[in-house]
Write a protein that binds this ligand. Structure first.
Ligand code: CP
Length: 317
């Protein structure tokens, strides 16, 4: 594997699940693979889980790790070609990328959607430039339209907790005060579509995602109906994708908050969220603190998904 930005890059899903299980059995079994190899993690946006879990995963593989927060201490970067650089941006990404590539063996990049220009966001300009100009294998630590390390961890978690061969997984939109990208729901949908799970998406009208990601999922606008018989409830907020409202918050209706009454409609479902989560907007305190909440093992599996991905990239060097 030379890059990891989407589910297609990981290949057969059963092998991805088996790889994760192997790592979980002994996460220090491959420490020789990364010896004298360096991972550079580049953050254009904030992070808790991705930063820590990916660094830990690389250390489990024996790698050295460098972290660059582009907005804290680095030169301000210009990303557009052709711009007269007479403003506050001192360095162009087109020089910065190969320079960064010269100091490491593998690069992880986090660069969120700006939510101003749909075409620009969905072109994945930043991570695609890293792939093109770094000369190194590149993986996404959440890009504009996908968060594949999160989705891989979500899949591992569902596999670990499922009690039926073909569980019903419901991804529900939930309210949030700020405009969030579609990366997590797009990516979760893409990974669920790679399984044979019964997969349902529920959201208010106006929050339709790109059909390229939702694929075979059943779209149900009635949240209660969608939740009936669910085995897993995956809550997430996202801003509008469809024009002319791209990137906008259309609703903060707390009737969509996941609470105990909604969970009672399910088949004793597990509650999932990628975190960070706004309590009592997305989910009530009692649901996230209940014994059916698996948000902590889900976050812990970020170390496993990151290790499985970095291991594959190391094997390709
Ligand atoms: N879920 C997730 O990616 O968390 P962070 O934004 O804290 O990395």
């Amino acid at each position: 594997m030379k890059k990891f930005t989407c589910v297609a890059d990981i290949g057969p899903i059963d092998k991805a699940i088996a790889d994760a299980a192997l790592i979980k059995k002994d996460r220090f079994a491959f420490t020789e693979l990364g010896r004298n190899k360096t991972l550079l993690m580049i953050f254009f946006n904030s992070s808790l889980r991705t930063r820590l879990s990916t660094q830990k995963a690389a250390m489990n593989l024996g790698m050295n790790v460098m972290v660059l927060d582009v907005n804290q201490g680095a030169w301000k970067l210009e990303t557009e070609r052709g711009v007269v650089m007479d403003g506050d941006k001192a360095e162009h990404l087109l020089e910065a990328i190969p320079v960064m590539g010269s100091y490491c063996d593998i690069i992880g990049v986090r660069s969120f959607a700006g939510l101003k220009d749909k075409v620009e966001d969905y072109e994945e300009k930043v991570i695609e430039q890293f792939i093109k100009y770094s000369g190194r294998p590149v993986f996404s630590m959440e890009a504009a339209t996908r968060h594949p390390l999160q989705s891989y961890a979500d899949l591992i978690t569902i596999e670990e907790f499922k009690t039926k061969p073909r569980p019903k997984v419901v991804m529900t939109w939930a309210p949030h005060p700020r405009a969030l990208p579609q990366a997590v729901p797009n990516s979760f949908a893409e990974w669920m579509n790679a399984t044979d799970y019964d997969f349902v998406i529920t959201h208010p009208r106006g929050y339709e995602l790109d059909p390229k990601f939702t694929g075979r999922a059943k779209i149900e606008y009635d949240q209660r109906k969608a939740l009936e018989g669910a085995d897993f409830v995956y809550a997430k907020n996202w801003s509008a994708y469809t024009d002319p409202n791209y990137g906008k918050v259309l609703s903060t209706d707390r009737a969509w908050t996941v609470d105990a009454e909604k969970m009672a409609l399910t088949d004793n479902a597990f509650f999932m969220h990628c975190l960070p989560v706004r309590r009592n907007m997305i989910v009530t305190d009692d649901v996230i603190e209940s014994d059916r909440s698996i948000v902590i093992p889900e976050a812990a599996n970020r170390e496993i998904s990151a290790q499985a991905v970095i291991k594959r990239l190391l094997e390709s060097l």
